[in-house]
Design a binder for this molecule. Sequence first.
Ligand SMILES: [Zn+2]
Length: 373
Amino acid sequence: MTIPFAVPECRVAHLVERHDDSLVVPVRLDAASGRCPECGQASRSVHGRYHRHPADLPLSASRTTLRIEVRRFYCRNPTCRRRTFAETPLTLLTLRARRTRRLCEAQARVGRACGGAGGARLLAHLHMPASRATVLRLVTHLPMPDAPTPIRVGIDDWAIRKGSRYGTIVVDLDRRRVVDLLPDRTAPTVAGWLERHSGVALVARDRSIEYARGASLGAPQARQVADRWHLLTNMRQAVERWLAQPTSVLDESEAAVVSRVEQDDTAQAVAGLARRFTALVRAAGKGKPLADDQDAAADIVAWITKARTCEASAIATFASGLEADIAAVRPALTEPWSSGQAEGQVNRLTLIKRQCYGRAGLDLLKRRMVLAA
Ligand SMILES: [Zn+2]
């Protein structure tokens, strides 16, 4: 009878023994000889035997442990420093491991989906218990996939600790996947990442100087696109700054009259500019630039020229900023790409971060974002 229970590199001696609440499967290693890890010479001279008891996948809804009979061989190579060595079934488990590789993988997958504490709770029900710390360690050791270098990326910042520490999220815009999480939002970090991933042709980003500099340094060949969502946010902030400005040094009633008179014209100009700007950006967001690329580009340049002479200094400053970043602002109105996807992924990231009660390290978050994508 063949036993329908396969253990890599091993022969199952007989099926199971029950020990309290768990099953034990006695197995022997398949190989006729061992190979010295020091010199590589094969040996059949057995020095002794001992047992290893790694936990394995559950069997028939019971916690399961293997009892592996391990042989210790003599190394007969006279020039070798080693006298004896133990055989190691490396596909089954790593050196000194207390759980098989396939169990590690199953536990890591549960941890990746449910987080440390949630994973530990679910694993207890699935008869392959592991502590929260173990689950987290297994997830951080999951290998990252060999994803193809993205061609178009969106980058955005996310709060590692709100108000004090920020990281960067990198999204593959074509594959709609998170590719990486970076530990900060500085130009050198972004540049370094882009250098390691040569071939990026387009970077959609917000209008921070650091990201602009990082993209120029790390991927000078790439086209930079200012993100439309951020453009609209920046416009709104400029209007808010203008509204918040103290009017003058006159007393209150005088100031109110003067500001009404003065601001009626300015207010109209500001409202008109804001409406026009929003229309320009929104039209591009719908994938239908106002007319063709040329017109959209001409429109934004005309808008900037007009806004720079605006009485409201907050708006004029915003327009000057746009002009300085025109190489990225222009394609925002003509290219379909935007880092809006990164925004969505930041929301997902925040959710996962909360699920880990804010204690998840960057490595763990990266794996949960990238591998579960
Ligand atoms: Zn040897």
